[in-house]
Design a binder for this molecule. Structure first.
Ligand code: ADP
Ligand code: MG
Length: 577
């Protein structure tokens, strides 16, 4: 076969494969264009999940009649002119190929009137341009996309049910609406209004419209202004965590992104308040000098590249973890894990609680159907639980401890409590400069690979500050000479396993963060396990140390340490009320 230049229409159709995956991609591109055009109100109207038609109207600055053809031509854009502009992109679009790609795979009608100008319109049928005609229109732009992929039967086959495609379309409007305060967004499917936020609605109103009022009200706001980076985070209560990432919204300079490193950093930062394997409800906005980030690495621009990965990742982790340590959930001003136990079993969002203190979180209204479990006795962590006395403690399955506390009773997970006690005590020592080392009578020798030995040898000097004393002992042997004194149950092999795992993590966080992550892991490995039988003395000691903690509501993995059942809860359970 000879090499031939492809015709322009085919080029656009191929490009469409990258940019236009499904109706939601069209919605994203059109709404982004409206935002870039300075609109203050944007409306989306869908039919047939977007496969029949997608219409986006805005009151932005419009397109002059003589530029309509250019707008639907590939590699034509008003947003950048030269390669220098690529280094600091402030608009959402810049590639100049969205409209051309969409027009290549649909029937597209573009109608626009620039401010103070005349209206005109242009239709394109699967890449074939019609004439530009004068058309009366309000100021702004209206784009209608019909019969998407009708010329690409192969692609059409991949489309899901109407309701699924509609949900994907809505998700994009929601993502953009959350971060673009100052712009009103309305989305309809036929006559049904799916989303409606006014220009003046603040971020909490927007989060409420998207994730539910209860969740929005309960969100904790954290902000940090570092020199080159500004962070704003709104985090939902621990019991709003989910098994999927649908309630995680990360933004970089207003652009919604789903970047694996950002996601990892966000999860690391909230790990003490979100159970292992769950994702938080989180809106995270990063604002940084556009020069420090490259958004031109992904056709849909949802992944990005930072000049200084470690700085960004480390800042996110520190800001979130630090901010959460000050939150009402950590300090105990608020009940954590309301109804956690029953919710986790049912794997759904939080159940309704009838006795709602202010700032409480109620069920996620939009996506959740009422649940049978919502009526079950609400559980909560101890609010002011301090033991009455050295009362009796009951062990259940050598895992849970039960005791009476003022106002009711408390169930404790012995492993979670021990882990939390270890962690807080180690942190206190580390903050004071040094974790006490317990030298081992007989150093433990471990066989490891050369690489691992090298990795550990490099870190060894720093690790003594965390109570870990290591020394290479031959090329493939490591000698563990000391471990943190408090962790008498920590096995050397477990410690090294955790350490290596942390050190090997790709793009691992800034060096300062290793410390706390290490303390967390050692605390867990050095804690009594579920099933371990504890002597009465040990129990008393553990509970006493627990009572002195600044934070004892959740373990280092975000699971609850204590569950409180109030007398009211008990009365309700026995129908005394
Ligand atoms: P890009 O957004 O990357 O520039 P597009 O293909 O999405 O490329 O749009 C091409 C051009 O059409 C934009 O640069 C802009 O000038 C114009 N345009 C598109 N949509 C609108 C709109 N809603 N309002 C005003 N101008 C628009
Ligand atoms: Mg665009």
């Amino acid at each position: 076969m000879t090499i031939q230049q492809l015709p322009p229409l085919l080029i656009d159709q191929i490009a469409a494969g990258e940019v236009v995956e499904r109706p939601a991609s069209v919605v994203k591109e059109l709404v982004e264009n409206a935002i870039d055009a300075g609109a203050s109100r944007i409306e989306l109207i869908l039919h047939g999940g977007g496969l029949e038609s997608i219409e986006v109207r805005d009151d932005g600055l419009g397109i002059p009649a003589e530029e309509l053809e250019l707008a639907v031509t590939s590699h034509a854009t008003s947003k950048i002119v030269g390669v220098d502009d690529l280094q600091a992109i402030a608009s959402l679009g810049f590639r100049g190929e969205a409209l051309a790609s969409i027009a290549a795979v649909s029937r597209l009608t573009l109608t626009s009137r620039p401010r103070g100008g005349e209206g005109a319109s242009l239709s394109v049928e699967f890449g074939k341009l019609g004439p530009v005609k004068a058309a009366p229109a309000p100021e702004g732009t209206r784009i209608e996309v019909r019969d998407l992929f009708r010329n690409l039967p192969a692609r059409l086959k991949f489309m899901k049910r109407e309701s699924t495609e509609r949900a994907h379309c809505l998700a994009w409007v929601e993502r953009l609406a959350i971060s673009h305060t100052g712009i009103g967004f309305r989305a309809r499917a036929g006559d049904r209004v799916l989303l409606d936020v006014a220009p003046q609605d603040g971020i909490r109103d927007r989060v409420a419209a998207v994730l539910g009022q209860g969740l929005s009200d309960g969100m904790h706001h954290i902000e940090a202004d570092l020199e080159r980076l500004r962070l704003d985070a709104w985090i939902g209560p621990p019991d709003s965590a989910r098994r999927d990432a649908r309630q995680v919204h990360t933004y970089l300079n207003g652009r919604w992104v789903r970047d694996p490193r950002l996601m990892r950093a966000a999860r690391e930062g909230v790990r003490e308040f979100v159970p292992h394997g769950f994702y938080p409800s989180l809106v995270l906005q990063l604002t940084l000098d556009p020069v420090l980030v490259d958004v031109n690495v992904h056709p849909q621009k949802t992944e990005v590249r930072f000049r200084d990965d470690r700085f960004v990742v480390g800042s996110i982790i520190r800001t979130l973890a630090g901010g959460l340590a000050q939150s009402a959930w950590a300090t105990g001003a608020e009940r954590v894990f309301a109804g956690a136990a029953s919710d986790r079993v049912a794997e759904r969002a939080p159940a309704a609680r009838k006795t709602a203190p202010s700032g409480d979180w109620s069920p996620q209204q939009r996506t959740d159907s009422p649940s049978l479990l919502a009526e079950s006795a609400p559980l909560g962590l101890s609010e002011q639980a301090k033991p009455l006395d050295e009362g009796e403690i009951l062990r259940v399955a050598n895992t849970y401890l039960v005791r009476e506390v003022p106002g009711g009773m408390e169930l404790i997970d012995q492993h979670a409590l021990h882990e939390r006690v270890n962690l807080e005590e180690l942190r206190r020592e580390a903050a004071a400069g040094q974790v006490t080392v317990q030298p081992l009578l007989v150093p433990e020798l471990l066989e490891l690979s050369r690489e691992d030995i090298a990795l550990l040898a490099e870190e060894a000097p720093r690790l003594t500050g965390f109570g870990v004393d290591l020394e290479p002992f031959g090329e493939t042997t490591l000698s563990v000479r000391g471990v943190p004194a408090r962790l008498d149950r920590l096995r050397a092999a477990d410690l090294i396993e955790e350490l290596l795992e942390l050190l090997r993590r790709p793009g691992s966080a800034a060096p300062e963060d290793l410390g706390d992550a290490l303390l967390q892991r050692m605390s867990c490995r050095g804690a009594v396990m579920a099933g371990d039988h504890l002597s009465t003395e040990m129990l008393q000691d553990l509970l006493k140390r627990g009572a002195e903690l600044p934070q004892d509501r959740t373990c280092a993995h975000g699971r609850p340490v204590r569950v409180f059942l109030s007398l009211e809860d008990l009365e309700r359970a026995f129908y005394r009320r």
